[in-house]
Design a protein around this ligand. Sequence first.
Ligand code: PGA
Length: 233
Amino acid sequence: MIIALNNKCNLTKEEFLQYKEELNKIKKNVKLILCPSNIYIGFAKVTNIELGAQNVSKTVSGAYTGEVSAAQLKSMGVKYCIVGHSERRKYQYETDEDINKKVKLLLKEGITPIICIGEEKKQRETNSHIEVITKQIKEDLKNLTNEEKEKVIIAYEPIWSIGTGLIPTNYEIKEIVNVIKYHLPNTKVLYGGSANENNIEELREISVIDGYLLGGLSLKPEKLDIFLEKVEN
Ligand code: PGA
């Protein structure tokens, strides 16, 4: 079971140091990946938690002010990197083509991309969600070899579910995970979107899920601890 913690743009330095202390104390009975803000990556390593990033540059290196490259992430011990989160697609105008470039650069450096895909509410309501997901899979993983496809992780995150407390039914999640696994039979698939310590028992009934990507819950170590306890039982 893989649990990725997406801190997003949260925590000041003091808050992060305190948070790290608390993370040190929680149960680590699953593979945990911490994705802090880039500025904390240098001191974010917690025992038994792998280091991840929230984004990477689509360029190799050079005159790209403000960007952080895959090689730089690797040199800081980063093993995983979230790519194509819906917030980046929406607010930073990231395209599937950009995401595909990032995925390739990460794989070249031996970093595992956690590629986020998911539909908007309207797309689900108009029954085009499977089409949307399939397009994202094809474009984000374009020209990858089968071996490379097995190395990436896909996070299915319905956009309408992120941070809203709304969650698809188990049937709806399972349907999408099965579509992903139809195209990528040996690729791990996470679910993300309002997963928490209260709904994990129900989510656990979806046996095709390989783990979870947590946003809000990642910032609450006590509740995260309860979540992790329930994930294993
Ligand atoms: P959430 O966010 O758990 O707060 O819904 C998940 C995510 O955006 O990765």
